[in-house]
Design a protein around this ligand. Structure first.
Ligand code: PMP
Length: 397
């Protein structure tokens, strides 16, 4: 079902444990992409011919599937972007520029990905707002009391990762949203890592924005989702200017299209949007509870095999986690560990995982990160744990 997984790397069967970076694609996604370019390729929303009609219909069907996937009220609240990064930048450059002013505050946390730090720093530099950071415990949890101390009527936005890519920590986002709303602050959830593992219902969560990336959801690269509440999206100015996002253009004045098109200037990533639909079908066919149960069992198994290994140092030990195992081996650089695992056909990520301030909090240069997905197996975990134990034994007698 996942063609890329059936290969050898350095003479060993590939074990792909870099799913937090990107997931592999089911055959249905690959075929959909091929089929689109073979039979339907056309520009959307404006053609007067059969191919354009078809492409438009398939494109909008994916939007409806995303609406269903996130539990949004209407598909107009689903905006296609290039990815999580672009979604956050879009909100910073539109909502941020209009509604956040000098002296206002934006709250993020120590465990944010760079893409949920830098856009806010850029905004603060531009408009004189201030960035506040929620500290975390040694086991990688937000310190709630500190968050409450940071919240005030100056807080205009809380932008927080739902599940950490570097530690796996699942943050108590519902509680965060309730507390933030009491101060009138809006909340953006970075769902890059949560949406593939956890049931998401944006209406129940009551988040104002949620962003994620299709490529971490068994879908194509170069595509992301920004969910926003209708009333907020309508108040926001457009992001990019150009075709598709306008109602009427004259040299004197331009009026803008309705949402979601107001935020989708230019020809979008049509083929990839269409090919994202079978990825969502794939997730739906398994069901998030079954996905989570499988991934949790892999994570628990890996932890149980590795906990007694001399020199094995887990990073981020909180219990509420998605299937991310971040660790170091005493006396070894994470990159060297990654290379040794690669030589055994095991693909992991090493380094700072685009979370340099988080690494600094732990006094680390980086970690080795193994992250599990639906297609991983217990026997792969055993091979991995044996390899880690062997590598650790070189320097930890
Ligand atoms: N936030 C988190 C938590 C992530 O894991 C990632 C991807 N590593 C991003 C944001 C950025 O996603 P993308 O590169 O797809 O825009």
């Amino acid at each position: 079902m996942f063609p890329v997984l059936h290969q050898e790397v350095h003479g060993k069967p590939l074990i792909y444990f870099d799913n937090a970076a990107t997931t592999q694609k089911p055959i249905a996604v690959i075929e959909s992409l091929k089929n689109y370019y073979e039979t339907d390729n056309s520009n959307i929303h404006r053609g007067a011919h059969a191919l354009a009609d078809r492409a438009t219909r398939y494109f909008e069907e994916t939007r409806e599937s995303v609406r269903d996937f996130l539990g949004a009220r209407e598909s107009a609240e689903v905006i296609f972007t290039k990815g999580t990064t672009e979604g956050i930048n879009l909100v910073a450059k539109t909502f941020g520029r209009k509604f956040i002013q000098k002296g206002d505050e934006i709250i993020i946390s120590t465990m944010e990905h760079h893409s949920n730090i830098v856009p806010w720093q850029m905004l603060c530099e531009e408009n004189g707002a201030n960035l506040k950071v929620i500290p975390i415990t040694d086991s990688g949890e937000l310190i709630w009391d500190e968050f409450e101390k940071l919240l005030s009527h100056k807080t205009k936005l809380v932008s927080i990762v739902h599940a950490s890519n570097a530690l796996g920590t699942i943050n108590p986002v519902k509680k965060i949203i309730e507390a933030s709303h009491r101060f009138g602050a809006k909340v953006l959830l970075d769902g890059a890592q949560s949406t593939s593992h956890l049931d998401i219902d944006v209406v129940d969560l009551d988040c104002d924005f949620l962003v994620c990336s299709a490529h971490k959801l068994y879908g194509p690269t170069g595509l992301g989702i920004l969910y926003g509440k209708r009333e907020i999206l309508e108040e926001m100015p457009p992001f990019l200017g150009g075709g598709e996002m306008i109602k009427e253009v004259s040299f004197e004045k331009t009026t803008y299209n309705e949402i979601p098109f107001k935020f989708e200037a230019g020809t979008p990533n049509i083929g990839d949007v269409i090919a994202f639909n079978p990825a969502l079908d794939f997730i739906k066919s398994l069901g998030k509870p079954a996905i989570r149960a499988h991934e949790d069992s892999l994570l628990n198994y890996a932890n149980s095999l590795l906990e007694g290994v001399k020199g094995f140092i887990p990073v981020g030990t909180t219990k509420e986690k998605v299937s991310v195992l971040s660790f170091n081996i005493a006396q070894m650089h994470p990159f060297d560990v990654g290379q040794m695992l690669d030589a055994r056909g095991i693909a992991v990520r090493t380094g700072h995982h685009c979370t340099q301030p988080l690494m600094k909090r732990f006094g680390l240069e980086g970690t080795v990160r193994a992250s599990f997905a639906v297609y991983n197996t217990k026997s792969e975990i055993e091979t991995f744990a044996e390899a880690v134990a062997r590598i650790a034994s070189f320097k930890n007698k």
